[in-house]
Design a protein around this ligand. Structure first.
Ligand SMILES: C[S@@+](CC[C@H](N)C(=O)[O-])C[C@H]1O[C@@H](n2cnc3c(N)ncnc32)[C@H](O)[C@@H]1O
Ligand SMILES: [Zn+2]
Length: 336
């Protein structure tokens, strides 16, 4: 944990100031082991392996604990980087462009392995704070510790340990895994200051009936409950089918002049064409990610629009991404 993070922290219980209570191990700019304390309510929060910990697995509700357990394993196993992440990220947060990050104080809700945290930092953000509930923070910390403008924090998106100081908050692929996505979104938005902005990307209900009716019962009752190593092996079979389809059919057809008109009629073409550029490792991650989640909501456009009304955002831009998901961007105008 870098000392600069203290400027942004507030107690998640009482909103009191957070101070460094003790430091046991330091490596360069990072406090590796120590303790934070609240000036208001005397709560203590440990710093373990370089990450301040505001959420302990043993205090979580069972559904949140299961989600954290499964994604924690996922992001400690799939730690690779891919040069295609930047374009994919920009697709999820459009109309935001790299220059938008310049000098901004940025909060990421659910950073996973930190792939977007580091992109935001490389695009000139003053500071980026990546928050995740799970052990994914171990991977995110290892991947970003050398970046002086990145901070990784373990916390629950519903109880964020920050002051309302952010110019921009974003959350990609996280809110639909929460027990109540809308209030998670509101909690994230509540940390953005007046005139700041927020982006969110979520699974759509529309065009995903084959998942909600066909795959979800399997995911809920079977695959998300499987031993992680067993799911890792089992998920190679559907991943291989996706890989063959994207490499032999969707990718080549969509890239060819005459084939692309035909491809537009294929099942789930926009999405499968978009992921066709990725190699085996990333496609396996994507399939595993879908099967491992204990909770996944598929959100209708009208419900997603409600989220933005609820936070009284303005300049809202909602986009239909790959014909299977919703992305939104808007301006925050008042304290929530
Ligand atoms: C599908 S992953 C997406 C990670 C990252 N945004 C990305 O795109 O690479 C969902 C992440 O949300 C995190 N998450 C789930 N519930 C959370 C909560 N209540 N608070 C914070 N993070 C949470 C998980 O631990 C997981 O890392
Ligand atoms: Zn407190």
């Amino acid at each position: 944990m870098k000392r600069k993070l203290l400027d942004y922290l507030r107690c998640p219980s009482c909103a009191g100031g957070i101070v460094l209570a003790s430091v046991a191990v330091v490596e360069g700019a990072e406090i590796i082991q120590g303790e934070l304390g609240c000036e208001g309510c005397a709560h203590r929060f440990p710093i373990i392996r370089g990450v301040p910990r505001f959420a302990a697995a043993e205090n979580l509700q069972p559904d949140k604990a299961a989600t954290a357990e499964n994604f924690g394993w996922q992001w400690q196993h799939f730690t690779h980087r891919d040069e295609l992440y930047a374009d994919q990220f920009l697709g999820w947060i459009a109309p935001v462009v790299p220059g938008f990050f310049q000098d901004k104080i940025v909060l990421e809700g659910g950073c996973g392995k930190g792939r977007h945290t580091s992109l935001a930092a490389s695009w000139g953000a003053r500071d980026v704070i990546g928050v995740d509930l799970s052990a994914a923070v171990e991977t995110a910390f290892a991947a970003t510790r050398e970046l002086e403008n990145v901070h990784i924090v373990q916390a629950d998106i519903y109880h964020l340990p920050f002051a309302r100081v952010f110019d921009y908050a974003f959350s990609v692929g996280v809110l639909h895994h929460l027990p109540d996505p809308r209030s998670g979104f509101r909690s994230l938005a509540s940390k953005v200051k007046d005139g700041g902005h927020i982006s969110a990307w979520v699974y759509g209900a529309e065009n995903n009936e084959w998942i909600t009716r066909g795959i979800n019962p399997l995911r809920e009752k079977f695959s998300s409950r499987l031993n992680h190593r067993a799911l890792l092996q089992l998920s190679k079979l559907p991943a291989a089918l996706v890989y063959l389809a994207t490499k032999l059919v969707y990718g080549p057809l969509n890239r060819s002049g005459t084939g692309s008109a035909f491809a537009s009629h294929l099942f789930y073409n926009d999405y499968l064409s978009a992921i066709s550029k990725f190699g085996w490792r990333e496609q396996h991650t994507i399939v595993f990610d879908h099967l491992v989640a204990p909770t996944s909501h598929y959100i209708r456009r009208e419900d997603f629009e409600e989220w933005w009304h609820d936070i009284q955002a303005t300049e809202v831009v909602i986009g239909w991404h790959n014909k299977n998901s919703w992305r939104g961007f808007g301006r925050i105008n008042k304290e929530l």
